[in-house]
Design a protein around this ligand. Structure first.
Ligand SMILES: *Cc1c(COP(=O)(O)O)cnc(C)c1O
Length: 491
């Protein structure tokens, strides 16, 4: 078989500090033809270093190679399949990058007067409307900087809503299949988390919600499609139960790339929903930021939206700050505006039909992998999945091989491992999300590698248990790394 990864030309490299040679410099310029002064004689004493900084002294070539090699070690979506379930690592079209670099957008000043940035405001205004249309919500705030920040913003609005009615309430119901950020967001908003189980099909039942729903519950937080990649088909009935007791329903819409053009969650009764622009609308994940996690709400929550609001009055776009019941600002200036430009460009590029096709492809690809590996790996839930599928290591247990071993071995075949040990309700979970952008040939290659590993598990288990073999480093002592963390280089 062929592998997409480079396995031969791997360079072992010393730390920059170890490469350092005293007095070596990274440039060669003629000496100055004007008088120079030692900065130490010009700067105030109190800001001068007591001791020379321990910086590496290396040549320009060594420096450039070091950073280029590091950049190449950073496996990314532009290099190959990155099947992390729940994270949606999909290819982002470069047209959206080009849009974000249009000078009028890229160079606009965050403190410019609204009259001088009508184009930016129009883009934000229209993006809000598109996201509202896609999700079936009434209003959208684009400011939160991540999905989890969207959750916090949404929960703050829910708290403000109940508080305005006289009682913030005490509890938030969250299923055991929830993303870890959900209980964290509820807890930060001072709610007690009540966990409820999903059923044997991996979904929430109306009865489970009914059993704990009372008038102390501020909201139910539910992920749909959930972290098993399964659609919560009882959602409408569940929303009715929560609403009857005066509660609200928060939907974690991080994985909306399974539902575009197919389901509008707002119409199912959802009151608050966040979007992850970096999972669904082509903005880069970018190592933790800057990101955007806009939040959609129903009309009853509109007074509590964060400031500012971008509104349109007599053909002019305005920045509305005067909102007495608002939860206030959640992000400086206009959020991570470049992300909003990318998402806007993506939506305009694909249009309604194209967006629907994105979801159809995401679901098709996940089910292709699911079918392809069924039998080689155990499927704990039999319901068809949407954009991702979850296997576990049950069939490999007999040879004492764990999910971790399988994912390490996958690297030898040139694939980034999938998400492991999440969701927590699946023991030894292998959560695979190929995304819509992956061509069939790469799915076939991945399936072939996984099948080969399944065969190795049966025939040569030691090979798998000691993997990876072709990487810079083999199995690391993760416990030691965590317990004896060493971040500082010392000479
Ligand atoms: C990714 C994800 C989040 C968190 O989003 P961030 O942008 O990483 O903060 C929340 N919920 C679900 C279901 C997710 O997949």
């Amino acid at each position: 078989m062929t592998t997409p990864g480079a396995t031969g030309l791997i360079l072992e490299e010393a730390l920059l500090f170890e490469q350092s040679v005293p007095d070596r410099v990274g440039f060669s310029l003629p000496s100055a033809d004007v008088p120079t002064a030692d900065p130490k004689t010009k700067l105030p004493k109190n800001i001068l270093r007591q001791k020379e900084a321990a910086l590496p002294e290396i040549s320009e070539v060594d420096c450039v190679r070091h950073f280029v090699r590091l950049s190449q070690q950073n496996y990314c979506k532009d290099v190959g399949l990155f099947p992390l379930g729940s994270c949606t690592m999909k290819y982002n079209p470069k047209t959206t990058e080009a849009a974000a670099r249009i000078p009028g957008f890229a160079n606009s000043h965050p403190l410019a007067m609204p009259e001088a940035m009508q184009g930016n405001l129009q883009l934000i205004f229209e993006l809000q409307a598109y996201l509202a249309e896609i999700s079936g919500m009434d209003f959208v705030t684009p400011w939160p900087a991540a999905g989890s920040h969207g959750e916090l913003t949404g929960m703050l609005m829910i708290r403000a809503y109940h508080t305005a009615k006289g009682n913030p309430r005490k509890k938030v119901i969250i299923p055991d299949s929830a993303h870890g950020t959900n209980p964290a967001s509820a807890a930060i908003c001072q709610y007690e988390v009540v966990t409820i189980p999903s059923n044997k099909d991996g979904i929430l039942t109306a009865d489970a919600v009914k059993a704990v729903m009372d008038d102390e519950v501020a909201a139910l937080m539910v992920t749909n499609p959930n972290t098993l990649g399964i659609f919560e088909e009882n959602i409408q009935e569940i929303c009715d139960i929560v609403h009857k007791k005066g509660g609200l329903v928060y939907c974690d819409g991080a994985n909306l790339n399974a539902l575009l053009g197919i389901v509008k969650l707002g119409e199912a009764g959802i009151d608050v929903l966040h979007f992850n622009l970096h999972k669904t609308f082509s903005t880069p994940h970018g190592g933790g930021g800057p990101g955007a996690g806009p939040v959609g709400v129903k009309k009853k929550l509109e007074p509590f939206l964060p400031t500012p609001l971008i509104i349109k009055e007599n053909g002019t776009f305005k920045v509305e700050q005067n909102r007495p019941q608002s939860i206030g600002r959640v992000k400086a200036y206009f959020g991570n505006f470049g992300m909003l430009v990318r998402a806007y460009a993506y939506i305009r590029e694909f249009g309604p039909e194209g967006l629907k096709q994105i979801s159809e492809m995401a679901v098709l690809n996940a089910n292709y992998i699911r079918k392809g590996l069924e039998g080689d790996y155990y499927l704990p839930y039999s319901k068809p999945s949407l954009h991702e599928c979850v296997f576990n290591d049950k069939l490999q247990k007999e040879k004492e091989i764990k999910t971790l071993d399988i994912s390490k071995r996958l690297m030898d075949y040139g694939f980034h491992p999938f998400t492991i040990y999440f969701p927590l309700i699946v023991h030894g979970a292998m959560m695979i999300e190929p995304t819509e952008s992956e061509p069939k040939a790469s799915l076939d290659q991945f399936i072939e590698a996984m099948k080969k590993i399944a065969k190795e598990c049966a025939e040569n288990p030691e090979l798998v248990k000691k993997a990876p073999h072709n990487t810079f480093r083999s199995r690391l002592d993760e416990v030691k790394a965590a317990k004896e963390l060493k971040l500082r280089w010392t000479s």
